[in-house]
Design a protein around this ligand. Structure first.
Ligand code: ADP
Ligand code: ZN
Ligand code: ZN
Length: 733
């Protein structure tokens, strides 16, 4: 008997030891079945220690071996191990999340072989000697086989024809795993691209592409190009060059960006196999894509953040579009940032990584300023579209009904009369965010979260947007019994109602999570918009990206004030990014676009900078401010989150952790470590759980990593009463 140490898919920072019978052979990275409590579980071998901490008689034996050889290729294994260390995540969580569900559940990773028909020598002869002349269909089938083997049960000929041919010994079956026929073999035979779709690059694009291609090995590029500057065309031509070398490409896009439009553009360009990791793939399809990428059969993989853990045969480049997008950060389970990991991975593989955006994150701009990333700027739009005009509307100086100023309404009239479409953004669904008593000020709140319930008029319910609980609309105030209840604040539902009344002649479409909950609804709405049946579009952030509406010429942000005074220091950056994104929606085709922002604070320096000088100027200011305040990217953060049904338990746990770091600070002589908390989280209660947090901040990423590593060595979290999470490089505070 030997010892085997395994990782399990449990959120615990520890491994488990078992006994391994001598006759079984496994490697680090192999899957095995193990008994765990009363269950049987899939586990991944991480080590074969010479001794175990537990006495041998307490160890159980593994049940079976699933893979004799590791199921992780070396690059992915290295990446996941590094990431689990950096994000202080259980390795088991990281490893299992990187596998398709079927493999997590213990299915075989070996591709099942398929059965094919091929011609026998006799069959070859029959083709020329005319012996099949009277059996036309059989002759046809045999002829087809002379070109290439055909899969049994998956071809255009009836089964009877094959059995007839087999009876005459003209054909025979053979088994094969289909991975050897890959696109690399056809390089040079078939043109790689469908050239007619290829655009001739303009000067800026050509220069950018040659800078990308000039570099050998690892380099991170920040492709910073205004919307419509032709970044995608650069990606496509860069991909082409990588494919020519016989190497694969990974394209990561934000959740919201994985639209058929995006995917079509890639598929329309290349004659190679492109696989898309959609959320609506079933488990078998996911496993297939995983196998195809690993064997080198697919040339390009497009997917959202977790696609980074796809295993490749020979990955030659990574492209990450909309690199500023928050969806690249995994927010639960083990919390990694796919953008940052993509750079780490590219470095490990010694390949280029391209981060593209019209509104780069301040983190990436900082890296570019420091020379860590090569900054490539595209300042001109590539197509014929011109940049939109932007203006602020001061809400203070006019009457505003249902969130709409007179000035905005006049502008809408103007654009609509010209036959164009108008797009309005409001990031708040429902009819109104608050229902209150006009007599005493009582507010209808969620008892689980202590936050106001949103009034949904259409579905006639009060709904909590934090925990999804709902209840009937109250008829009376719970405090004073008055029936005079009024809504306050504006949601998309109310906006829709107001606009339908004000513009009865133009269709109005609202796109938010409520209006698209049912399957097929989103497609319906988008079609109405494309066909011009709806001329006024209302949307939450859902509509800001990925969709192309050529007839939209006016875009308005109904109210941006909440972002100007947020507790989260990233709120302004997000607003600036949203503004640029939506401005890019206006006038994408040949029509001049216009963007309007409604605010009570038109003199706010951020808005002024952004509108008059653009995103780059805004970003310079914002970076200076972050520098002055010692905030990321000029420091590193880690956020402990504790939640419990008992508020004191969560608070006490974090207070003890805070004490640990206070001590660490002194013992290690680390005066620059800042320890903020324990304090209640911004949403101090959610779904009956009280939430507390503790923020660590250090000017040095490495020192902060040291502190966290020491903490994890010294601390074992045992309380079942309190759930504890750690978020390294948190994106939301
Ligand atoms: P981005 O990805 O930067 O938003 P796209 O690649 O989508 O930009 O390009 C914007 C528009 O400009 C598209 O309609 C595209 O077809 C067009 N375009 C891009 N490059 C060129 C070019 N070199 N010549 C003509 N049109 C171009
Ligand atoms: Zn009341
Ligand atoms: Zn709630």
């Amino acid at each position: 008997m030997k010892f085997i140490r395994v990782a399990l898919a449990v959120p615990l920072m520890r491994f488990f030891d078992y006994l391994l019978p001598d006759e079984l052979s496994v490697e680090v990275g192999s899957r095995v079945w193990v008994p765990f409590g009363r269950q049987k579980r899939v586990a991944i071998a991480v080590d074969f220690p010479v001794r175990s901490e537990l006495p041998v008689n307490q160890l159980k034996q593994i049940t079976a071996v699933l893979d004799e050889k590791t199921i992780f290729n070396a690059p992915t294994w290295t990446l996941l191990n590094w990431a689990a260390g950096y994000y202080q995540a259980p390795l088991g969580d990281a490893l299992f999340s990187a596998l398709p569900v079927k493999l997590r559940n213990g299915e075989s990773a070996v591709k099942k072989s398929k059965t094919f028909w091929k011609l026998t020598a006799l069959g070859e002869q029959a083709l020329t000697d005319g012996s099949l002349n009277r059996a036309k269909k059989q002759a046809e089938a045999a002829k087809a086989l002379s070109l290439a083997p055909l899969e049994k049960g998956n071809n255009a000929f009836a089964a009877g024809i094959w059995s007839a041919l087999k009876e005459k010994a003209l054909i025979t079956e053979f088994e094969q795993t289909v991975e050897s026929v890959s696109w690399q073999k056809t390089l040079g035979e078939l043109p790689l691209t469908k050239a007619k779709n290829r655009l001739t690059l303009n000067k800026q694009q050509a220069l950018a592409l040659s800078r990308l291609l000039f570099q050998q090995g690892f380099r991170a590029f920040l492709l910073d190009g205004v919307t419509g500057s032709g970044k995608t065309e650069i990606y496509l031509q860069f991909i082409e060059e990588t494919l020519k070398k016989g190497r694969q490409v990974l394209v990561l896009v934000p959740e919201i960006g994985l639209t058929p439009q995006t995917v079509n553009r890639f598929q329309a360009r290349f004659n190679v196999e492109i696989d898309v990791l959609h959320s609506n793939l079933n488990d078998s399809q996911r496993l297939q894509v995983w196998q195809r990428a690993r064997s080198g059969q697919s040339a390009v993989i497009i997917g959202t953040r977790s696609a980074l853990f796809t295993q490749f045969h020979d990955l030659g480049a990574i492209i990450l579009d909309e690199e500023h997008d928050a969806s690249f950060k995994q927010q639960d389970g083990w919390r990694y940032h796919a953008r940052d990991l993509a750079v780490v991975y590219a470095k490990q593989l010694n390949i280029p990584v391209i981060l593209g955006s019209a509104t780069p994150s301040l983190e990436s701009l900082h890296n570019a300023n420091q020379g860590k990333y090569t900054h490539i700027i595209l300042s001109q739009r590539a197509g014929r579209a011109t940049a939109a005009h932007s203006r602020l509307i001061d809400l203070k100086k006019q009457s505003v009904v249902n969130g709409l100023s007179g000035e905005l309404l006049r502008k809408m009239d103007e654009h609509l009369q010209k036959g164009n479409q108008v797009l309005l953004f409001l990031n708040r669904r429902g009819f109104a965010p608050v229902l209150l008593c006009h007599e005493c000020g009582w507010i209808a709140t969620c008892s689980h979260c202590d936050k106001p319930l949103t009034y949904h008029q259409q579905q006639r319910v009060m709904r909590c947007h934090h925990c999804a609980s709902q209840r009937p609309i109250p008829m009376q105030c719970a405090d004073c019994g008055s029936t005079h209840l009024v809504t306050t604040g504006l949601g998309t539902e109310q906006l829709e109602k107001a606009l339908k009344a004000r513009f009865p002649q133009y269709g109005v479409t609202r796109i938010d999570r409520d209006s698209t909950a049912r399957k097929g609804k989103l497609e319906n709405h988008l079609n109405n918009i494309k066909q011009g049946k709806s001329r006024i579009l209302i949307g939450t952030q859902m509509l800001a990206k990925g969709h192309h509406f050529p007839d939209v010429t006016l875009v308005a942000l109904i109210n941006v004030d909440s972002s100007l005074f947020s507790m989260d220091f990233r709120a302004e950056e997000r607003l600036a990014q949203l503004y640029v994104q939506v401005a890019g929606r206006a006038g994408r085709a040949e029509k001049q676009g216009e963007v309007l922002l409604q605010t009570h604070y038109p003199e706010h320096p951020l808005l002024q900078r952004l509108l008059h000088e653009g995103y780059a100027a805004f970003a310079r200011d914002a970076l200076q401010m972050r520098h002055a305040m010692g905030l990321p990217p000029f420091s590193s953060q880690a956020l402990f989150k504790a939640q419990s049904r008992q508020s004191e338990a969560a608070e006490q746990l974090l207070t003890r952790i805070a004490d640990y770091f206070q001590q660490w600070k002194q013992v290690k002589n680390q005066p620059h470590l800042q320890i903020l908390g324990a304090m209640p989280a911004p949403f101090a209660k959610k779904a009956d759980q009280f939430r507390w947090q503790l923020l660590l901040q250090h000017p040095s990423r490495i020192e902060l990593q040291r502190a966290l590593a020491d903490f994890h060595r010294d601390w074992e979290h045992k309380s079942s009463q309190v759930r504890l999470n750690l978020d390294v490089d948190p994106q939301d505070l």
